[in-house]
Ligand binder design. Structure first.
Ligand SMILES: Nc1nc2c(ncn2[C@@H]2O[C@H](COP(=O)(O)OP(=O)(O)OP(=O)(O)O)[C@@H](O)[C@H]2O)c(=O)[nH]1
Length: 396
């Protein structure tokens, strides 16, 4: 009888497993959670170097405690405050023309499906200044968003970004760096791509000259005058959601079962989508879904009302032979709209006070509406369970 690595004889129960003894139950971990835990470990190691007594407990930490910080940095007038105002405070883009220059760090706490902070830095901050407590700023960072004005001379902005990355790399090698090549409205598609290529090349060349290869840097073409800024923020925020793969799996399943072309889980206030199914995102569908949220939010603010439980019971409870339209009661906003050609309805279902599921229904699937509503209900139930489990873990 063959021996196991531990020296014990293999028995029937061991099947073909012949690896080292397992330490405990297998832990499934998403790449996002892994990154956040690495960041936590990196911070812990830094604190431990200075004062071992003050070192925080090992991960799971940042991901589980979850109040990540997004830092908006870049040259003066590159558009940082405008981005934060348009995305998180619903400021109309043309009103950003009147924003004053930021003199001190602006800290915004966002309370949504997940709490996070957005820190807007004044353009003139110099990181080399030893009076900055870098650990207080970069300690619990979720992502560093570097804004480059594409309509201006950007070499200086790139140089500053490079020197910031090189300064931070030795101490914080896992910081997620997101470069927003901003104000691309009014630029031709070819020119936008040329700029993106040029910026990427310059940053990568400089970093590899200093021996930094494969730094986690992503590039986005953005403008506050269209949905590109929301799309870019969606991608940034998604990296901070530890249970993203589960949300995506639920949405994939819902799309498959209900005949949806595309489904988004939106944060209603900011209109950032925090998860979507695995089919490619197409801007027109994203734009129309996000505009639809505005319409429904406005309507429900005017006409919405809190339905008491006995009202819902009266509608949904027995007798069940009432007409279908007399039986429909839902605590949350639920809506469906059919656009001009009448073929691809868009469906919206509120998940909780922060989130809404919005889906584009495939041609011909409209006739299966009762099934679709049931599937959506089940998906919303699943989504809520995932958030509840995460919340319980955070409290523990
Ligand atoms: N065309 C265009 N202009 C933009 C865009 N975003 C911001 N702006 C304009 O850029 C100017 C500067 O924007 P701010 O948000 O004040 O820039 P900032 O980076 O916060 O500047 P500081 O506070 O000085 O660091 C404003 O006039 C905005 O209207 C954009 O996407 N496209």
């Amino acid at each position: 009888m063959p021996l196991l690595e531990t020296g014990r004889r293999r028995t029937k129960l061991d099947h073909s497993y012949n690896g080292p003894a397992r330490q405990g139950p297998v832990r499934h971990i998403s790449p996002v959670q892994l990154t956040l835990e690495r960041i936590h470990e990196q911070n812990r190691a830094n604190v431990q170097k200075v004062d071992p007594a003050k070192a925080p407990a090992p991960a799971p930490g940042a991901a589980a405690r979850g109040k990540p910080r997004l830092l908006l940095m870049g040259q003066r007038r590159s558009g940082k405050s405008s981005i934060s105002s348009v995305v998180f405070h619903k400021m109309p883009p043309n009103e950003t023309l009147f924003l004053e220059s930021t003199a001190r760090i602006q800290k915004d706490s966002m309370h949504s499906f997940m709490d996070f902070q957005v820190w807007d830095f004044p353009g003139q901050v110099d990181w080399a200044d030893p009076s900055f407590d870098l650990d207080a700023i970069f300690g619990e960072i979720g992502a560093l968003i570097w804004v480059i004005d594409a309509q201006d001379e950007y070499l200086e902005a790139i140089n500053r970004l490079n020197s910031t990355i090189l300064n931070l790399q030795p101490t914080y090698p896992n910081i997620n760096i997101e470069v927003f090549i901003h104000k691309v409205d009014g630029l031709s598609d070819d020119y936008k791509l040329d700029i993106q290529r040029d910026v990427t090349q310059r940053i990568q060349d400089e970093l590899s000259d200093h021996g930094v290869e494969n730094a986690p840097i992503n590039f986005h073409l953005t403008s506050i005058y269209n949905h590109s800024i929301f799309e870019a923020f969606s991608k940034v925020i998604q990296k901070l959601i530890p249970h993203l793969p589960y949300l995506e799996a639920l949405l994939n399943n819902c799309c498959q079962k209900s005949g949806f072309e595309k489904a988004y889980l939106f944060d209603v206030l900011s209109k950032i989508y925090i998860a979507t199914d695995s089919s490619p995102v197409d801007m027109p569908s994203y734009e129309i879904c996000s505009d639809y949220i505005d319409v429904i939010v406005d309507i429900s603010e005017i006409y919405g009302w809190n339905r008491p439980d006995d009202y819902i019971e009266r509608l949904e409870g027995p007798p069940y032979n009432k007409k279908l339209e007399d039986q429909v009661a839902c605590k949350d906003a639920e809506s469906c709209i059919v656009l001009t050609d009448g073929r691809r309805p868009i469906l919206l279902r509120e998940v909780n006070k922060y989130l809404a599921l919005v889906a584009v229904v495939k041609e011909g699937a409209y006739s299966k509406m009762p099934d679709i509503i049931e599937n959506v209900n089940a998906t919303v139930g699943g989504l809520l369970q995932i958030f509840e489990i995460t919340r319980r873990r955070q409290r523990a």
